[in-house]
Design a protein around this ligand. Structure first.
Ligand SMILES: NC(=O)c1ccc[n+]([C@@H]2O[C@H](COP(=O)([O-])OP(=O)(O)OC[C@H]3O[C@@H](n4cnc5c(N)ncnc54)[C@H](O)[C@@H]3O)[C@@H](O)[C@H]2O)c1
Length: 342
């Protein structure tokens, strides 16, 4: 049985523990997965706790397997925990060829923020690096992070984009993310690797994400823009638990899995809940236009069950974290954006 949730998260250590807690489903998946696992892009917002999650699932499953972490950024904290790390700029094809070859790969490399004005760099990170990886990792099983932004913005009445919705990415960041998928597809379509594209919308935890953005505005007395009035989010630990298990869906041609929470929530109502918890008054700007990046998570929830950390609990954790002056990553999501400019 899965462990009970903590009542509060009062330190980065407690937060990281919950973000990297393997579910019973992941532990049993790990028992039957063949081969080692490499986390590529392990140094960003999601990678460190995802790498720890894999290590904890391996330990809990009592299987002989290792997790390897790769990034161009330093991975000192993971190395200090005994994880094999490789510093590699994957823009360099020769360097990619020297990475260890593992059967399973979780691929997180991407670039979003600052894309406006530096479009060529965004395309290079999202597409060229994916091409290098796909070329080098033939014969592997890959779960590749993509984004729900490859779909068009969806009306609330639609129920959110499903895996069958035709991609229509708006703006160069989202277009380059579809390009990232296509680099992998080029090899998967030829049967040279097995792939699942993870269309994630949006991972949240106490230090960043859509809920952090709403909560910190309420706390600061700033207006919350409700033009994009609805969203779905998923606790990052639940997202990672689902994504590692999604290695089991990798196929050629590639398969697709939306990963997000089951609720489509009102930004206005969530801001009012933050205000109640914080003893503040929520201020708003704009008016809901009924559209947002809304993804339908029915497939993932049917496979793995609903997330273990429900929306109301994440709002509680995030409110307490912000009020206590907890660390933040200084990376607003710009979830309000509907024109694709980041
Ligand atoms: N976090 C979210 O809520 C969210 C939502 C939707 C989609 N995604 C997707 O999930 C992926 C992972 O998310 P994240 O928030 O951890 O991203 P991130 O930007 O924080 O991390 C990406 C990592 O890729 C590494 N990287 C970039 N260029 C590299 C290179 N040339 N060689 C080696 N490493 C390189 C970076 O150093 C960084 O550690 C992203 O690609 C993003 O498109 C994330």
């Amino acid at each position: 049985m899965d462990q009970a949730l903590p009542a509060k998260l009062t330190s980065v250590a407690e937060l990281d523990e919950l973000l990297s807690r393997p579910s019973a489903g992941l532990v049993s998946f790990m028992k039957q997965l063949d081969g080692d696992i490499m986390v590529v892009g392990a140094g960003g917002k999601v990678g460190p706790t995802l790498t720890r999650l894999v290590q904890r699932a391996i330990t809990a499953a009592k299987v002989q397997k290792k997790v390897v972490a790769v990034d161009v950024a330093p991975l000192d904290a993971l190395a200090a925990e005994g994880i094999e790390t490789h510093r590699c700029d994957m823009m360099d094809l020769d360097a990619v060829g020297k990475l260890p070859k593992t059967k399973n790969i979780i691929y997180l490399i991407g670039r979003k923020f600052g894309s406006t004005g530096a479009e060529s760099l965004t395309w290079a990170v999202n597409c060229t690096v994916a091409y290098h990886a796909a070329r080098a990792f033939q014969g592997c099983r890959i779960a590749g992070f993509s984004t729900g932004c490859v779909y068009p913005v969806m009306h609330l009445n639609s129920g959110g984009a499903t895996e069958e919705t035709t991609p229509e990415p708006v703006g160069e960041y989202a277009q380059s993310c579809l390009g990232r998928e296509r680099m992998w597809d080029y090899y998967a379509d030829q049967g040279k690797l097995d792939m699942v594209h993870i269309r994630l919308n949006y991972a949240v935890e106490c230090r960043y994400g859509v809920l952090y953005d709403i909560g910190s505005k309420v706390w600061a007395g700033e207006p919350v823009d409700v033009t994009t009035g609805y969203a779905n989010v998923i606790w990052q630990g639940d997202a990672c638990n689902q994504i590692v298990q999604a290695l089991g869906l990798a196929s050629h041609p590639a398969s697709i899995l939306n990963v997000t929470g089951p609720e489509t929530f009102s930004v206005r109502l969530v801001a009012e809940q933050f205000a109640r918890l914080m003893g503040k008054k929520a201020e708003f700007s704009g008016q809901e236009n009924g559209y947002g990046y809304l993804n339908n998570a029915a497939k993932a929830n049917g496979l793995y069950g609903n997330p273990t950390v429900p929306l109301a609990r994440i709002v509680d954790y995030t409110a307490q974290w912000i009020m206590a002056g907890g660390a933040n990553l200084g990376k607003p999501t710009h979830f309000e954006t509907q024109n694709g400019k980041y």
